[in-house]
Design a protein. Structure first.
Length: 358
């Protein structure tokens, strides 16, 4: 039984959740809410009426749900009492959200439901790899499903570009032969553009961990590669709960920066006095707290590929109509950077009072 908002025109909500319920004789209750401001309250209301035995969501949705459960003890008990599975996909689940659900489950029922994920794309209909046993942390996507062959192209650090072949993979893009040809390599493997690393390079049966998009990585002016996806997860954990989401910046620049989408509800609750200045928030207390956390982090790490030197808190939320956010709640990084190019330039100035410099 699931209570689910995921759209059926996406592989997660349609090919996976909807068809899974048909195939197994399950019950699907339609949640007409959504993990966005103004609609998530409807999801909370719906869960107050009915909860599932399986919980499917994207990381953004689970992050918002965690906060709602912390604020409502009755809903917390109802949500976990019959729950057998927590499954996220669409992006990596921040480790603090994973840990929050583990703690709540232990409190309510004395055990943790199977918390897991899989990996795939629209073109792989939908899944190609799955973690089929309890995982020690977020981000693990497991091993290939039956009938799927995964081709790994490693770099010198054994970070692997992932390509896929199998009956689940699409034959091509509709009426677009050029794009279809470019999507497959000479051996017929679909080129996903995703990167993974082995959880244990001495025991591949333990599966792999998602390590971002090859296309999201970038080089600093020094030629140093920055693995943006993994760095983002680290920063979200470091800046929780002040940051709702963020974009790692620095392509062709000297330093790594971060543009922060703030958690307004948390900042309001904490009493931060936010003043907008041409698209960015200025608040000495908030900027001081961000400075403190990033400075502590800088003491713990070394190397320009992970050191964050500046930050800017964005005043305008990510816009779905303008393409900055997908229907699943994931940021379109290129669109954010293009639409907010002026703010990106401000981030790399040294005399803007809204910029936090480390």
């Amino acid at each position: 039984m699931i209570v689910d908002w995921l759209p059926w025109n996406h592989v997660f909500g349609g090919s996976h959740n909807f068809n899974m319920m048909l195939a197994n004789g399950g019950s699907l209750y339609i949640d007409d809410g959504k993990p966005v401001k103004g609609l998530f309250e409807r999801t909370v209301e719906n869960l107050g009426l009915k909860t599932g035995t399986l919980a499917f969501n994207v990381p953004l949705g689970f992050g918002m749900l965690l906060k709602a459960l912390e604020a409502d003890r009755d809903l917390l008990k109802r949500f976990f009492e019959d729950l057998d599975l927590i499954f996220y996909a669409g992006a990596s689940l921040p480790q603090d959200v994973w840990a929050g659900f583990e703690k709540m489950a232990l409190e309510v029922k004395g055990e943790v439901p199977l918390m897991t994920s899989s990996w795939g794309l629209t073109e792989t209909a939908p899944s190609a790899m799955m973690q089929q046993e309890p995982a020690p942390r977020s981000g693990i996507v497991g091993v290939p499903l039956n009938g799927v062959t995964v081709k790994l192209i490693p770099d010198e650090d054994l970070r692997c570009e992932v390509r896929v072949k199998g009956a689940n993979v699409m034959p091509g893009y509709f009426n677009d032969p050029d794009k279809t040809r470019a999507a497959f390599d000479e051996e017929g493997f679909f080129i996903t553009g995703d990167a993974m690393v082995f959880l244990d390079k001495n025991d591949p049966d333990k599966g792999m961990r998602f390590d971002g998009r090859i296309s999201e990585d970038f080089k600093l002016q020094s030629g140093t590669w920055v693995r943006a996806a993994q760095l983002k997860l680290d920063l979200l954990a470091r800046l929780a709960p002040l940051a709702a989401d963020l974009v790692v910046t620095g392509a062709d620049r000297k330093e790594i920066g971060v543009m922060i989408f703030p958690n307004i509800a948390e900042l309001t609750r904490e009493g931060f006095d936010l003043a907008e200045a041409e698209g960015a928030y200025r608040c000495k207390l908030l900027q001081g707290e961000i400075h403190r956390r990033l400075t502590e982090r800088a003491r713990e790490i070394s190397g320009s590929s992970t050191r964050v030197s500046r930050a800017l808190v964005l005043a305008e939320p990510a816009s779905m109509p303008d393409g900055e956010m997908t229907a699943k709640g994931n940021l379109n990084i290129r669109k954010v950077l293009a639409r907010r190019a002026a703010l990106l330039d401000r981030l790399y100035t040294d005399d803007d009072p809204a910029v936090v410099r480390i």
